[in-house]
Design a protein around this ligand. Structure first.
Ligand code: ATP
Length: 236
């Protein structure tokens, strides 16, 4: 479904992505692991059409070329990104944030149905529809960000460090919800520092280092990989 082949990206002289190849199949959950600065956010931004990779590079989604597409047309293609830092509208209510999420043409006709789906995933948000988002906790705001992204009726939901800055118990809740999103049939591409949690809901994963993909394996394969254990799971 998402196919990235030999994707390179420069910021000025700096090579942030170096011939990255990666794919996500329909309904698959894929995790990208890597230290700070490995290029994980740049990868998601390129897949969301927010940064332009080097000339000649392709990002295909359902066979369609994403590179060069205006950023507001990417949701129409069926891709939603929950950016690092969430990008919610703090001075709007939960319900208003969700309504903005359904702005894409493909999402408008089924807005009511999508709202019902996201409120069933996040019952707490259903109770707090009228609450201003900037009065909510970090965990609740992350839920709003995910709910808003789901309102665009994506086929692929991409999440950039969704657990960043959240308390462990909230991280647990977050991944439980992502597990339910996965079961609903959506494909997920998740960039995470929380390796254990993210691999626990993933089918496959990639390991990035200095802009390159240096490993690819099943979730259980990565969990037992020595390089992953050394870098992320605190093993000697
Ligand atoms: P983090 O987890 O810290 O966000 P990351 O793996 O997501 O790291 P990126 O944010 O993709 O990594 O950054 C990859 C490299 O590109 C880094 O060296 C970063 O400093 C650089 N970079 C990112 N965005 C820009 C930009 N807009 N201009 C210049 N350099 C950038």
């Amino acid at each position: 479904m998402l196919e990235i082949a030999n994707l390179s990206l420069h910021y000025g002289q700096h090579l942030a992505l170096d011939r990255v190849s990666l794919s996500v199949g329909p309904g698959e959950t894929v995790v990208v692991l890597g230290a700070n600065g490995a290029g994980k956010s740049s990868l998601l931004k390129a897949a969301a059409g927010l940064v332009r990779p080097d000339i000649g590079c392709e990002v295909r989604f359902g066979g369609r070329q994403i590179v060069g597409l205006a950023p507001h047309l990417v949701p129409e293609a069926g891709i939603a990104l929950v950016p690092e830092g969430r990008g919610v509208f703090g001075d709007l209510t939960v319900a208003e944030n969700l309504a903005l999420g359904a702005y894409a043409k493909r999402a408008r006709a089924s807005e009511a149905e999508s709202r019902e789906f996201v409120y069933s995933l996040f019952p707490k948000l259903a109770e707090r529809q009228g609450q201003f988002v900037n009065t909510m906790s970090g965990g609740e705001q992350q839920m709003v960000a995910i709910a808003r992204a789901l309102m665009s009726k994506p086929d692929l939901l991409m999440l950039d460090e969704p657990s960043l800055g959240l308390a462990p118990v909230v991280v647990g809740e977050l991944f439980a919800v992502l597990g339910r999103v996965r079961k609903s049939g959506l494909a997920l591409l998740i960039v995470e520092q929380n390796v254990k949690m993210s691999l626990s809901i993933a089918d496959r994963g990639y390991l990035m280092e200095a802009g390159r993909v240096v490993g690819e394996n099943s979730a259980s394969g990565l969990m037992n990989d020595d390089a992953v254990k050394r870098a992320f799971l605190g093993a000697a």
